[in-house]
Design a protein around this ligand. Structure first.
Ligand SMILES: Nc1nc2c(ncn2[C@@H]2O[C@H](COP(=O)(O)OP(=O)(O)OP(=O)(O)O)[C@@H](O)[C@H]2O)c(=O)[nH]1
Ligand SMILES: [Mg+2]
Length: 723
C-alpha cells in the first residue's frame, strides 16, 4: 500500500440525521473508487463501515467507523458516524481527527433534529463543512429539493450555496451540473456509478448559468481582486474560481451543497472529485493546539484540536502549537478503540504531527508508559491494511497496545503534549445487571470492561447502597446491543432489571421501650434486659448512641452489645427492609443476671427494645431525590416542566442559555421517578433535549406512595430478629 504525503490526504467526517444515507453514501464512494467490487449495503452487512452485527441487526450505525478511498492520487479517509440521537455524541468525537465534514441530509425530510445537532458540532469546532442532499432518487425529491435548500439558507444563511444543479431525466435523478466547471455528469441509475461528462441539458442551461453566476459572485465577495476580475470579464477563470472556492470553504465562509443518490449511485463519484479539489488537506491547518499539561477528561470545555486563531485567548504557557508537518516531533491522538476477542485491542489514531514508521517505540504521554507500534495499518472498516509509514495528518491503526485507551496522546519521548478529548454526555439510563450463572459471574466484569474500552459512555459499578451491579448507557437500544455483545462475543449471559431505589427509613416521633431477653434451656440460660428511648435526628446525621446508665444497672462490658443489637436491627429496617437512619438512642436502664447474662443476650435485648420503640416512633420511608438539569430547546420547556411535575418533581429554576435558543430547567425529582427519563425526554423533545442528574438529598416519601412500596417489600419478621 502506497503512503500518501500530507498534501495528498483528506480526512472527512460524514454526519447527519439517522437514515439520511451516510453509511450507504460512504459505500458508494468506496465503490466508485473501486475499493469494493460492488455497492456495499447496510441491510446485509456488506457496507464496509457496517461490520458490527449489532449495527446491521438494528439497521443503524452505533459507532464511528473508518474507511478510505484512493482517488486520482489522493487518499480520502472517510469517517462514518451514527445519526441516531442516542449515539450522536460519537459524531462529535469523530470531528476531531478530520479537517472537514459532510453533513448529509435527506432531500425530502430536510433539516431534522440531528442535522441541527451536528451543525452545532461543526460550528463549535470551526470545522469546514459541506452539505450533501442525498436520497435525490426519492419519488418526491424532484419537487422538494429546492424547498429543502431554501430552509437550509433560511436557517444557516445564504452562504449555504449549491455548487451543483440536480438533473432529472424524465423524472429520474440522472446526474448533476457542476457549477464550477459548467459540465454535466450523467449516470445510469443502479449502474456502474461512474459518471460521463456530457453537455448541459438544454432544460437546465438557463438555471445553471444563473446559479453559476450567483456562486461566482458569492466566492468573489470580499476579495477585491476577484471582484474586479469578475466585473471586467463577467466571470472568473475556472482555476481562479476553484482556488477561491477552496479557500472560502477552508475559511468557513462558504458551505457548498451537493446532490447524490447513494443507493442508485448517481453523482457519488463526483463527490470524490469535490473532496479532492475542495476539502482542506491536513497541512492546510496552520497548526493544531494541545495542552502542555494533562487535562482531566471531563474538564475539557469544548475539547478539540482547534485552529490556531481559535485558541489565542487561552492562558499563556498552557497551549502548545504543533504544525501538521513531518519535521515536527511525533504526536498521535487515539480517537477510537476496537476490542476483538481474537485480534485483541485495535487503537485508531490520528498523526497530528511528525511521521511514524512500523515497529517503532512510542511514549504514551497520558499514562507515562512506552508502547510499541508493531504492524502499522490503515483501516478499511474492520480490515487492517498494512502500511510501512504514515505522514503527518494521516489516520492509522495499530493492534495490541498494552496500556493505551481512547483519548490518549502519544509521541516521541521528551516532547509531551496532550490533546483534549471531546467531552461525552452522561449516560441516560441505568440498569441492574445480574449474571445468569456462576460461570457468567466470573466472566462479567472482564467482558464489560472490554466493551467499555470501545465505548467510553458506558459505566459499570457496584452500588454501595444496594450492593447491585449497575450498568449505565445511553438508552434502551444501547444497553440491548451491549447485552447482545456480552452474549455473542464473550459468551456471558446476563439479566437486566430496574435498579433498586436505595430507600431508607427514619422516625418522626419518639419512643420508649424495654427489651427483655430471657431463655432457660437446661444448663446455662440467657438473660439481658434494657430500657431505651429513641428520638429523631436531623437529615444526614445518621445514628447516635448515648449511654445514660447509672449505678451499674447493666454492667459496662455489655453496653456495646446493646448498641450493636440496635444497629443490626436498624440496618434490617422496620417498615420495608430499608436501613433506619437519622435517630438517636438513649440507653437509660436495665438489669442483668450474674450467671445467665452475656453479650448475645444483651444484643437480643437491644433488638427487641428497638423494634418496640419503632412501633411508637412514627416510622416513615425516605427516598433519594436527584438534582436534575434538563437542557431543551425553548419551545419544549413548558412540556418538560409539566412532565417533571408529574414525576413529583419540584422545579427549582430555569435559565436561558446564551444564544437564546435553549433553556436549562433545574428541578429536584425523586430517583424512583427518573429511571426511564432518558426515553421520555427524547419523545418530548424530538431527540433534542439532554439531561444530567446527581443525587442531592433524601426526603420523606409521601404516604400514598410509601404504602405501595411497603406493600410490595418484604417486611422483616421476628424470625429475622432471632437469626
Ligand atoms: N432510495 C434511496 N435509499 C437510500 C439512499 N441512501 C441510503 N438509502 C437507504 O436508506 C436506508 C438508510 O441508509 P443508511 O446508509 O444506513 O443511513 P445512515 O445515514 O447511515 O443511518 P444511521 O446509521 O442510522 O445514521 C438504507 O435502507 C439505505 O439503503 C438513497 O440515496 N436513495
Ligand atoms: Mg449509518
Amino acid at each position: 500500500m502506497k503512503t500518501y504525503p500530507s498534501s495528498e490526504i483528506r480526512n472527512v467526517t460524514l454526519a447527519g440525521h439517522a437514515q439520511s444515507g451516510k453509511t450507504t453514501l460512504l459505500s458508494a464512494m468506496l465503490h466508485a473508487a473501486r475499493m469494493t467490487p460492488k455497492l456495499g449495503r447496510m441491510e446485509d452487512g456488506s457496507a464496509v463501515t457496517a461490520y458490527d452485527e449489532e449495527d446491521v441487526a438494528r439497521g443503524t450505525t452505533m459507532h464511528a467507523a473508518v474507511a478510505f478511498a484512493e482517488w486520482n492520487g489522493v487518499k480520502i479517509n472517510l469517517i462514518d458516524t451514527p445519526g441516531f440521537h442516542m449515539f450522536a455524541h460519537e459524531a462529535r468525537s469523530a470531528m476531531m481527527p478530520a479537517e472537514s465534514a459532510l453533513i448529509v441530509l435527506h432531500a425530502v425530510n430536510g433539516i431534522e433534529p440531528i442535522t441541527e445537532r451536528v451543525w452545532k458540532y461543526v460550528e463549535e469546532s470551526a470545522m469546514p463543512h459541506s452539505v450533501v442532499m442525498n436520497h435525490m432518487d426519492h419519488a418526491r425529491a424532484e419537487s422538494t429539493w429546492e424547498e429543502t435548500l431554501a430552509s437550509l439558507q433560511d436557517r444557516y444563511g445564504r452562504t449555504v450555496v449549491p455548487v451543483q444543479v440536480p438533473w432529472y431525466r424524465e423524472g429520474v435523478f440522472a446526474g448533476v451540473v457542476d457549477l464550477v466547471t459548467m459540465q454535466a455528469f450523467e449516470y445510469e441509475p443502479m449502474g456502474s456509478g461512474q459518471g460521463k461528462i456530457v453537455e448541459i441539458p438544454a432544460a437546465l442551461a438557463e438555471a445553471s448559468r444563473a446559479a453559476h453566476e450567483a456562486l461566482v459572485e458569492l466566492v468573489a465577495e470580499g476579495k477585491d481582486e476577484l471582484m474586479e476580475e469578475f466585473f471586467s470579464v463577467g466571470t472568473l477563470p475556472e482555476q481562479h474560481l476553484i482556488t477561491a472556492l477552496h479557500e472560502a470553504i477552508r475559511e468557513d465562509r462558504i458551505f457548498p451543497v451537493l446532490f447524490t443518490s447513494a443507493l442508485t449511485e448517481v453523482a457519488t463519484d463526483h463527490l470524490l472529485d469535490f473532496l479532492k479539489l475542495y476539502a482542506p488537506a491536513p497541512l492546510e491547518r496552520q497548526a493544531v493546539a494541545a495542552r502542555a499539561r494533562p487535562v482531566a477528561m471531563h474538564a475539557a470545555a469544548n475539547g478539540h484540536a482547534q485552529e490556531m486563531d481559535a485558541v489565542t485567548e487561552a492562558v499563556d504557557g498552557e497551549i502548545v502549537m504543533r504544525a501538521v508537518d513531518d519535521a515536527e516531533p511525533l504526536s498521535i491522538y487515539v480517537f477510537k478503540t476496537m476490542t476483538d476477542p481474537f485480534a485483541g485491542r485495535i487503537s485508531f489514531f490520528k498523526v497530528f504531527s511528525g511521521s511514524i514508521k512500523s515497529d517503532v517505540a512510542v511514549t504514551n504521554y497520558s499514562r507515562g508508559v512506552a508502547e510499541k507500534f508493531a504492524h502499522l495499518s490503515i483501516m478499511q472498516g474492520n480490515n487492517a491494511v498494512p502500511v510501512d509509514m504514515l505522514h503527518a495528518g494521516d489516520l492509522g491503526a495499530v493492534a495490541k497496545l498494552k496500556d493505551t485507551a481512547t483519548g490518549d496522546t502519544l509521541g516521541d519521548k521528551g516532547h509531551e503534549i496532550f490533546f483534549e478529548p471531546v467531552p461525552l454526555p452522561e449516560p441516560a439510563m441505568t440498569w441492574a445487571i445480574e449474571p445468569k450463572t456462576r460461570s457468567d459471574e466470573d466472566k462479567l466484569a472482564p467482558a464489560v470492561h472490554k466493551l467499555m474500552e470501545e465505548d467510553l459512555l458506558v459505566r459499570f459499578y457496584r452500588d454501595p447502597m444496594t450492593n447491585e451491579f449497575l450498568i449505565a448507557a445511553a438508552g434502551q437500544p444501547h444497553i440491548e446491543s451491549l447485552v447482545a455483545k456480552l452474549r455473542k462475543r464473550y459468551h456471558t449471559e446476563v439479566t437486566l432489571k430496574a435498579p433498586k431505589v436505595p430507600y431508607r427509613e427514619t422516625i418522626r416521633g419518639r419512643g420508649e421501650a424495654q427489651g427483655r431477653h430471657k431463655k432457660q434451656t437446661g444448663g446455662h440460660g440467657q438473660f439481658g434486659d434494657c430500657k431505651i428511648r429513641i428520638e429523631p435526628l436531623a437529615r444526614g446525621e445518621g445514628f447516635q448512641f448515648v449511654n445514660d446508665i447509672f449505678g451499674g444497672a447493666i454492667p459496662r462490658q455489655f453496653i456495646p452489645a446493646v448498641e450493636k443489637g440496635i444497629q443490626e436491627s436498624a440496618a434490617r429496617g422496620y417498615l420495608a427492609g430499608f436501613p433506619v437512619v437519622d435517630f438517636k438512642v438513649t440507653l437509660f436502664d436495665g438489669s442483668y443476671h450474674d450467671v445467665d447474662s452475656n453479650e448475645l443476650s444483651f444484643k437480643m435485648a437491644g433488638r427487641l427494645a428497638f423494634r418496640k420503640c419503632m412501633e411508637q416512633a412514627k416510622p416513615v420511608l425516605l427516598e433519594p431525590v436527584m438534582n436534575v438539569e434538563v437542557e431543551t430547546p425553548n419551545e419544549f420547556a413548558g412540556a418538560i416542566m409539566g412532565d417533571l411535575n408529574q414525576r413529583r418533581g419540584r422545579v427549582q429554576g430555569q435559565l436561558q442559555k446564551p444564544g437564546g435558543q435553549n433553556m436549562i430547567v433545574q428541578a429536584h425529582v425523586p430517583m424512583a421517578e427518573m429511571l426511564d427519563y432518558g426515553q421520555s425526554l427524547t419523545a418530548l423533545t424530538q431527540g433534542r433535549g439532554s439531561f444530567h442528574m446527581e443525587m442531592d438529598h433524601y426526603d420523606v416519601v409521601p404516604s400514598s406512595v410509601a404504602e405501595k412500596i411497603i406493600a410490595t417489600a418484604r417486611k422483616p419478621t421476628e424470625d429475622d430478629e432471632a437469626a
